[in-house]
Design a protein around this ligand. Structure first.
Ligand SMILES: *[C@@H]1O[C@H](CO)[C@@H](O)[C@H](O)[C@H]1NC(C)=O
Ligand SMILES: *[C@@H]1O[C@H](CO)[C@@H](O)[C@H](O)[C@H]1NC(C)=O
Length: 438
């Protein structure tokens, strides 16, 4: 607020020798602004006057002792995270978010990631937790979590923080598959930095990061005493084991390669492994059967990433007949919408197990979008998707705080929810799920 005050009052100081009338106008403007400063909350004032929320950058912290622990990104550099301290009532509450960004399933794909922040901290920079979405610091736009400690953990292993192996890249250098060690070392370091004394913790992630979170949710919970409230929140991570339109199990094959390349095993639930293939146990439909920690599942049932990459990957429709439908659901004809309904039906069916889980929550809207918690437009705004007239922030906040227990909302089919209409179709984020705000 002081920066705003300075900016507004400076002109007055500099031009004090102006004619009396101008001075009078300037003074009355200043008085009105001062009144505004007193009456209106700082966040609202900032938005009103500057048209944008605060844009403080949050520095990158590299994990200490990463090399000794073998907890490194694909290229051997230390992994990183961004920590923003909480304040007031939020000082002892922690939100830990795992970054998303697809998976790499071959030596070539994982090698290529070393030239980006998805495989090397050499390319990671500070980021902004803009004043909106679940990471935002604006009370109006993020009523339940605005003042919490917030951690954004960078994703640089390519296997949802779950692999543990090494390989040789084509150029003879070592490729490190150390996602599991990264998860463990980063959480250990955060515990030392105050997470251990949290009174409330929310473990989240979006897209591949939400899958990562699900794989570790119970482990994360087990690190805290029983009296601490620990909950998990998965945004757009409910990936479906669905065949693509050419009949191939594309996502299953991708997961199968990831699991074998990166030696994903330890994080998979034992009760699932007892009677299923490891690859099947990497799917949320199986994972949620074993997870005991209260979880909220947020997912659009017309998930744009899954439509573009699971249901209709380019390889399944080489004749381009699906391009405009994949671009924007509004361009789909009735036959295509029926195909999309197939994905929705499978998702709704897979989520039936959640009905029996008392302290879980769901918000399955019929919008054509992907991650919805990191952008203010979908999280909590006049044009947010709504179910039972609640925004996502309200539904998650009510579930988290216990204001309403076990709210599980599943939207009706495509086009029945008018609040979906104001969402712009997301751009294609095949490998890079990170939202543009960073
Ligand atoms: C919808 O589009 C697809 C692909 O272009 C086409 O094969 C199909 O016949 C169309 N269906 C209708 C009802 O127009
Ligand atoms: C829906 O919520 C908005 C704002 O939260 C409120 O103004 C409106 O009256 C509600 N509508 C219904 C039908 O409950």
């Amino acid at each position: 607020m002081s920066a705003v005050t300075e900016q507004l009052l400076l002109p007055h100081e500099q031009h004090r020798r102006r004619p009396a009338r101008v001075l009078a106008v300037t003074v009355s403007v200043a008085v009105v602004l001062l009144l505004l400063l007193v009456v209106v909350p700082a966040s609202l004032l900032r938005r009103t006057l500057l048209g944008a929320p605060s844009t403080d950058r949050v520095a990158l912290t590299l994990l200490a002792g990463a090399k000794e622990k073998g907890a490194v990104c694909l290229d051997g550099t230390p992994p990183g995270y961004h920590l923003q301290r909480g304040s007031g009532e939020g000082a002892d509450r922690w939100l830990v978010h795992l970054e998303g960004g697809g998976w790499c399933s071959t030596v070539k794909e994982c090698s290529d990631r070393r030239l980006s922040s998805q495989g090397s901290s050499n390319f990671m920079r500070s980021i902004r937790f803009m004043g909106n979405g679940i990471l935002g610091g604006d009370q109006l736009q993020n009523p339940d979590f605005y003042n919490w400690n917030k951690v954004y953990v960078r994703y640089c292993d390519g296997a949802s923080f779950s692999g543990d192996a090494e390989a040789q890249a084509e150029d003879g250098t070592t490729l490190y598959f150390r996602g599991l060690r990264i998860y463990e070392a980063v959480i250990d370091e955060l515990m030392e930095k105050g997470l251990a004394s949290a009174t409330q913790a929310l473990f989240t992630g979006c897209s591949a990061g939400a899958l990562s979170m699900m794989l570790h949710c119970d482990d994360f919970r087990a690190r805290f005493p029983q009296e601490v409230s620990v909950k998990c929140f998965a945004d757009a991570g409910f990936f479906i084991d669905e065949k693509d339109i050419s009949g191939k199990r594309s996502l299953w094959s991708l997961y199968d390669r990831v699991i074998h390349l990166q030696n994903v095993r330890k994080v998979l639930p034992k009760d699932c492994l007892a009677n299923k293939e490891p690859t099947e146990c990497f799917f949320p439909a199986e994972l949620i059967k074993s997870i005991r920690t209260p979880m909220f599942i947020l997912n659009p049932s017309y998930d744009s990433w899954q439509i573009r990459n699971v249901l209709v990957p380019d390889s399944s429709a080489p004749d381009k007949s699906w391009l405009s439908c994949k671009e924007n659901i509004r361009n789909c004809n009735s036959t295509q919408v029926e195909v999309l309904n197939g994905l929705r039906n499978k998702m709704v069916n897979d989520l039936k197990v959640v009905e029996d889980k008392e302290d879980w929550g769901m918000f399955i809207d019929s919008c054509f979008t992907h991650c919805q918690s990191l952008s203010g437009i979908s999280w909590h705004s006049p044009t947010s998707p709504r179910l039972e007239n609640k925004t996502i922030a309200e539904a998650v906040g009510d579930w988290h705080s216990g204001r309403s227990q076990g709210a599980k909302e599943i939207d009706c089919k495509y086009q029945c929810n008018p609040t979906c209409n104001s969402l712009p179709p997301p751009r294609d984020v095949t490998a890079f799920d990170r939202v543009e705000i960073y």
